[in-house]
Design a protein around this ligand. Structure first.
Ligand SMILES: Cc1ncc(COP(=O)(O)O)c(C=O)c1O
Length: 428
């Protein structure tokens, strides 16, 4: 139990005692009117590490110095470059290095994963997902279902919160899995829901889905680098995430995928193949007949995008130094402080702002979603003008996500004060 205090001195003290405090200076914090903004938007686009430029420069120099020979003859040759990201990503996702690979973008990867793991048959063709999933996931599922000749209305089962509740109960998810058990081909859930900030019980969902005979996959866009993951031990079939949010790899940067070891050596598993997934020792023999690499590498399609991979390495290096355990410890405290201040500062003045993210720290990451009953957009614009960078999600939510790698207790304190001020001014 933390004994938080609603004072600037307390926030500064926490920052001084923060064992991860030095990491903030390794990021570029945007400025507005010559003052650092209060950046609480790592759930959308993570900040740029100072070292990103040198990681990129190294590859640009290699390109300049060696051109095509950079593939094989330079230091860290591009042919194997993607392997440099495996160990740090495996540590972040709770995977074995051979179970992860960085490739493509998130939505593309969800499609690629479904080619292998959504194999509908006459009686077993349904997909279970959370109601109100991120639109891209909805479009992926809708188009996949149609592609296989099924009707989305029949084949997609969505679980919604109970009347009057904002988030899902695990028991309700498990019950729906049981109800549709014989017909379920796939359970595709977010790990952390983008709108509410709820973390789902991925282990329980995996076990229940698989016990029903379905495959189970997760979209970890908001979970990777944010909450502890144990994808291998949970037995998850597959997962995919993007790297531009908590993984700070730059706008539109590459996605990562996890494919459980049990599929590592299964050349018969259907997949959409390309030359980069082909056994690397024979890739340049240019022969007919696709022979997949062992593990997640066998799902690669095109040759690796080196510049985004280089950008990602800059951030993964920071994750390795900070460690997910320490990051999570700070995150629990920082988001707990945000929750405490919002209750103190904002709810005491007006109740029209409600935190819809679960109060149980185990069921959330760093993000809190603030449901604003009226004039939410105006309130959001108001705090944005005052130097806060957060984000607005239609129809009623302001998302704020203090990222433990670079946010401070003072950021959170200043944000809560500004929000209180903005609410007051709105009331006048
Ligand atoms: C949960 C979730 N899924 C999918 C996407 C889409 O990602 P991309 O545009 O990289 O395919 C996003 C993007 O923010 C997301 O938040």
């Amino acid at each position: 139990m933390e004994h938080y205090q609603n004072t600037g001195d307390y926030a500064r003290e926490q920052d001084e005692q923060d064992p991860l405090k030095e990491f903030r200076s390794r990021f570029i914090i945007p400025k507005k009117n010559n003052e650092e903004v209060i950046y609480l938007c790592g759930n959308s686009l993570g900040l740029q590490p100072e070292s990103t430029r040198s990681y990129l420069d190294r590859e640009l120099k290699k390109w300049g110095d060696y051109a095509v020979d950079g593939h094989f003859h330079a230091d860290e040759p591009w042919y194997h470059y993607h392997k440099l990201l495996k160990a740090p990503l495996a540590a972040i996702t709770g995977a074995k290095p051979e179970e992860v690979v960085v490739m493509n973008n998130l939505t593309s990867n969800l499609h690629f994963m479904m080619v292998s793991f959504y194999r509908p048959a006459a009686g077993r063709y349904k997909i279970l997902m959370e109601g109100g999933a991120f639109p891209s996931d909805q479009y992926v599922v809708e188009s996949q279902v149609k592609y296989h000749g099924f009707s989305p209305d029949d084949a997609i089962v969505e679980v919604f919160p109970r009347e009057g509740e904002n988030t899902l109960r695990t028991e309700d998810i498990l019950e729906v899995i049981q109800t549709h058990g014989d017909e379920l081909a796939l359970v595709l859930f977010a790990g952390l829901q983008y709108y509410t900030g709820q973390v789902f019980d991925m282990e329980a969902i995996t076990k229940a889905g698989q016990a029903a005979g379905a495959k189970v996959g997760f979209d970890l866009a908001h979970a990777a680098g944010n909450v502890p993951l144990k994808l291998h031990d949970w037995g998850v079939d597959f997962a995919a995430w993007c790297s531009y949010k908590y993984l700070n790899s730059g706008p539109g940067s590459n996605s990562g995928v996890f494919i459980h070891e049990r599929y590592a050596n299964d050349p018969d598993l259907p997949r959409f193949a390309g030359w980069w997934g082909h056994e690397e020792k024979e890739r340049f023999l240019m022969r007919k007949g696709f022979k997949p690499m062992y593990g997640a590498d066998g799902w690669q399609v095109s040759n690796a995008n080196i510049l985004p991979l280089a950008a990602q390495r800059a951030s993964l290096e920071l994750f390795e130094q900070a460690g997910m355990e320490r990051l999570r410890r700070k995150s629990l405290k920082l988001t707990g402080y945000l929750e405490y201040l919002l209750k103190e500062e904002v709810n005491s003045t007006d109740n029209h702002i409600q935190i819809i993210t679960p109060p149980d720290p185990e069921q959330r990451g760093c993000q809190l979603s603030l449901f604003v009953e009226k004039n939410g957009r105006q309130l959001f614009d108001h705090i944005s003008k005052a130097g806060v960078v957060a984000d607005w999600r239609e129809p009623n939510v302001i998302r704020v996500a203090p990222a433990p790698l670079y946010n401070t207790f003072t950021d959170v304190y200043r944000f809560a004060r500004l929000l209180k001020q903005a609410v007051k001014e709105q009331q006048n």
